[in-house]
Design a protein around this ligand. Structure first.
Ligand SMILES: [Cu+2]
Length: 256
């Protein structure tokens, strides 16, 4: 069962990723049933209606009843799949009712996070590949990347977010197109210079969620991971207070 789970789509960590997973399982089940019926009929015909068994083929060429059925049945199956798919898609795109807003800006090759409202307002920092990964990735470095924990999956300053809070993201870029992607949130969004894209999430469980830039953005595309640390709301509030106390929020050095 573990092996099957590893093959299947992961459930993720948000209500949205759960909805996407449920949708996936629903459609996959329909596809599997259709696959079993079609290939079962095929196998049955090959096994029991082959020429060597003396079976002669039917000669009819037209059946209005069958044509009506094989048009209407797939149409109904499509409608049954489209209704929950559209409902989920609309929910993914609906960023209303957000309790806080974070602006994400992609750069070659790191991220910038700005908290735009609430008590975290004014906190802004760059999130750059962590030192250990950066050292190990260099040509001729003595470090074996396999020995670096979270190699290319860690940053100096992660994006810290509260759990059980509806968070809106405004996503843009400063140079080329990047894409902000945390698989466990169930979506990714292009960050495009001159445009602001919107997305939202509500994280259920505290934890560390890792992702990456998902749009080929140049030489160091592989070296701009996304790390989100989700904390319970009261812990998040403490982090915000500590952050306000030190260095006015702005600490990291931009660009390498
Ligand atoms: Cu990028």
């Amino acid at each position: 069962m573990e092996g099957f789970r590893a093959l299947n789509m992961p459930r993720g960590a948000t209500a949205m990723s759960e909805a996407v997973y449920d949708l996936h399982m629903f459609v996959l089940t329909i596809c599997v049933v259709i696959g079993i019926v079609v290939f079962g009929a095929l196998a049955y015909s090959i096994a029991f209606h082959r020429k060597s068994r003396g079976v002669t083929p039917a000669r009819f060429s037209h059946s209005t009843a069958v044509e009506v059925v094989w048009t209407i049945v797939p149409f109904l199956i499509l409608v049954v799949m489209a209704v929950p798919a559209v409902r989920t898609l609309l929910a993914v795109e609906d960023t209303s009712g957000a309790e806080m807003t974070v602006k994400v800006t992609g750069y070659q090759w790191f991220w910038e996070y700005e908290y735009l409202d609430g008590e975290a307002e004014g906190i802004a920092f760059y999130s750059v590949l962590d030192e250990a990964s950066d050292r190990a990735r260099r040509l001729g470095s003595e470090t074996d990347p396999r020995e670096v924990e979270h190699y290319l999956r860690d940053v100096d300053q992660p994006l810290v977010l509260p759990t059980d809070t509806r968070i809106r993201f405004l996503l843009t870029a400063n140079d080329v197109i990047h894409s902000w992607w945390v698989p466990e949130f169930g979506w990714k969004k292009d960050t495009i210079p001159g445009f602001i894209n919107e997305a939202w999430t509500e994280i259920g469980e505290p934890g560390v969620y890792r992702g990456a830039c998902a749009e080929l953005c140049g030489r160091d595309h592989a070296f701009m991971p996304v790390v989100v640390v989700a904390k319970p709301p009261d812990e998040f509030r403490r982090w915000v207070a500590a952050r306000h106390d030190t260095a006015d929020g702005e600490t990291s050095v931009a660009g390498r």
